[in-house]
Design a protein around this ligand. Structure first.
Ligand SMILES: Nc1nc2c(ncn2[C@@H]2O[C@H](COP(=O)(O)OP(=O)(O)OP(=O)(O)O)[C@@H](O)[C@H]2O)c(=O)[nH]1
Ligand SMILES: [Mg+2]
Length: 369
């Protein structure tokens, strides 16, 4: 896929943030083996209802597509079913949005049965409203005014199939959720006189969550320099001192404009987050947009009803900013994190003891409250 990327910016969404988001879209495309030829940004407070872009910019885009011989255009936003079919008609190349890319990556990466079901559910929920848009445009070609064309009938059949499948997947996920709960209960039964703290490792995708989990527990989880390397939650224990056990859970990464269908579908997997005593929020300090990333993660924690839990920030990848652990220790903390932050390097194992100390303190305080 050779694609042109498209986005808008405005008061609510400053140009710098839009550019950062486009940069990320490029990474998502790359993860799928695609190539971004360039991007087009328009200043526009609200996307156009019909074409997302304004009429003049759309003409410009057409010329760019032609000139670069692109075979796809990717919009850095959600496209409505109407926008999608209008744009496909106008541009005559494949039209995708950010959600399509994220869903495709999830589809390719899903390994476990649970992850596969969750991704399929998200895809179907994403397809359903778009189908209606397609049915209408097809029937306009097929039948006369008000008549039900062949296109519409086909769409109706597909719609019913999808709804049935969604129902079935939801049932299966309920069953998986039930089994997970039992498993969790067994795992979390404290041994006699033992203190047990449940820690959910969360953060933006590629922040280093799995690497940190590995460094803290020696569990061999998969890590990689790409978005959404982890789709399954993994839990691993670490006994810190006699009578003090920490249970760490590594989770799927978050991203800007994460499709709501995905959050909804991954609720079974993310239950571990809502059940945790402490949230360990991993931040990639070496990324330019890390402050925005923190806000994105906070927003999603809220949706998971986990925003009231005590948080410890692991400000990660410090080795990319400074040379030594001493220097890392001296780095100033951003104001918003309060006292509960430790600058670390999961790769170099800097700051891990202090991080564990903070986690235990946060957990104990929450227990007492
Ligand atoms: N330099 C440096 N690289 C790191 C550090 N921690 C993680 N990385 C690298 O960052 C990349 C992403 O690490 P992961 O642990 O897979 O990140 P993640 O947050 O689990 O990502 P997803 O599961 O994809 O959401 C890998 O290439 C890691 O080697 C660190 O402290 N320093
Ligand atoms: Mg991971």
């Amino acid at each position: 896929m050779r694609a042109v990327l498209v986005g808008i910016w405005g008061k609510e969404n400053p140009k710098e943030a839009s550019k950062e988001s486009i940069k990320e879209l490029r990474e998502l495309l790359k993860a799928l083996g695609g190539h971004a030829l360039g991007y087009l940004l328009q200043r526009k407070e609200e996307p156009d209802r019909r074409f997302y872009l304004g009429a003049g910019k759309l003409e410009e885009l057409k010329a760019v597509v032609k000139g670069t011989k692109a075979d796809a255009v990717v919009f850095d936003d959600f496209l409505s079913p109407a926008q999608l079919s209008n744009l496909e008609r106008e541009l005559r190349v494949k039209v995708l949005d950010r959600t399509d890319l994220v869903l495709e990556i999830f589809t390719r990466r899903a390994k476990s049965k649970e992850a596969k079901l969750q991704v399929e559910l998200a895809r179907l929920m994403h397809e359903l409203p778009r189908l209606q848009g397609k049915g209408k445009s097809l029937s306009r070609l097929g039948g006369g005014l008000g008549a039900r064309g062949p296109g519409e009938q086909e769409t109706e059949i597909r719609r019913r199939l999808i709804k049935k499948r969604i129902h079935r997947i939801k049932q299966e996920l309920e069953e998986i959720k039930r089994r997970r709960r039992e498993q969790r209960k067994r795992r979390e039964r404290p041994r006699h006189g033992e203190e047990l703290l449940k820690v959910a490792i969360v953060g933006y995708t590629n922040a280093g969550k799995s690497t940190l989990m590995k460094a803290l527990t020696k569990k061999d989880v998969f890590t990689a320099d790409m978005p959404f390397a982890t789709l399954d939650t993994r839990t691993s224990a670490r006994t810190l001192a006699p009578g003090l056990r920490l249970l760490f859970t590594d989770t799927v990464g978050f991203i800007r404009k994460l499709p709501p269908e995905l959050i909804e579908s991954f609720k079974a997997t993310l239950e571990e987050v809502s059940e945790a005593d402490v949230i360990l929020h991993v931040v990639d300090l070496s990324e330019e947009g890390w402050l925005d990333a923190v806000e994105t993660v906070k927003g999603i924690l809220k949706e998971l009803s986990a925003d009231e839990k005590p948080v410890v920030y692991a400000l990660n990848k410090a080795d990319r900013l400074v040379e030594t652990e001493e220097e890392a220790k001296a780095l100033p903390h951003p104001a918003f994190v309060g006292g509960r932050a430790v600058t670390v390097s999961a790769v170099k194992r800097w700051g891990l003891d202090r991080l564990l100390e903070e986690v235990v303190k946060a957990g104990r305080e929450a227990r007492r409250a």
